[in-house]
Ligand binder design. Structure first.
Ligand code: GRF
Length: 209
């Protein structure tokens, strides 16, 4: 059940530099969004995403222990009454118990145009190198629902980035990240709109130019 609050209570979870977390916090702070960032969950102390939590005054929980990861994340979600979980560079498996704790409301951002270049082991520079190796003219970013299978959930939003001839995977990653930062906030908002609407509502993926 969603709370009576007009804004969905969201948590961001990640293992990295936190640039998407920063963009999400800034977007929710600056706009009349349908969600608010109420918690950041990190997999280590010394991560950029922890600094983002401090910068925005968002409570932060560290779930470092691999053995109890799912249990610890579920406990944090329950303690903070979280309704929506937003993956932003999480390098851990998302157990079905975590997905169930937020009633399936788990989103991820992936740095390619899914279904291209997704699946187990496809993260970070591996994705961008695969795009270059395939000779794709276009790549981009995808926000999608998280299910039991890696990168297979319904697409909520996509944005395209043209591939430049001769660029490195690092350069491509930087350009795709810039579009990720524009895509994720509006995509989360769109999803929150779906949560508050009858089941018959439109489910067309959002496109960001
Ligand atoms: C992003 O490229 C995102 O698409 C992927 O992980 C990366 C996280 O980067 N899932 P950051 O920590 O948000 O900078």
């Amino acid at each position: 059940m969603l709370s009576q609050s007009p804004r969905v209570r969201a948590a961001i979870i990640g293992s990295g530099s936190g640039t998407n977390a920063r963009a999400l916090c800034a977007y929710a702070a600056a706009n009349a969004t349908g969600f608010q960032i109420c918690l950041i969950i990190a997999t280590k102390h010394d991560l950029g995403i922890v600094d983002v939590a401090q910068q925005f005054g968002v409570p932060c929980v560290i779930c470092a222990d691999k053995a109890s990861f799912a249990e610890d994340v579920c406990a944090a979600i329950n303690t903070h009454n979280i309704e929506l979980l937003l993956l932003a560079g999480l390098l851990r498996h998302v157990a079905s118990s975590i997905v169930a704790t937020v009633n399936g409301n788990v989103l991820n951002i992936h740095p390619s145009l899914l279904p291209k270049h997704g699946g187990k082991g496809m993260y970070g520079l591996h994705v961008h190198q695969a795009v270059l190796d395939a000779g794709d003219a276009t790549t981009g970013a995808t926000v999608h629902l998280v299910t039991n299978e890696y990168d297979q959930g319904r697409v909520i939003a996509q944005a395209e980035v043209p591939v430049t001839q001769g660029e490195t995977a690092e350069q491509l990653q930087e350009r795709v990240k810039a579009i990720e930062h524009q895509l994720y906030g509006p995509a989360v908002d769109k999803f929150c709109g779906e949560l508050n609407q009858p089941r018959s509502s439109s489910k067309t993926p959002l496109e960001v130019a």
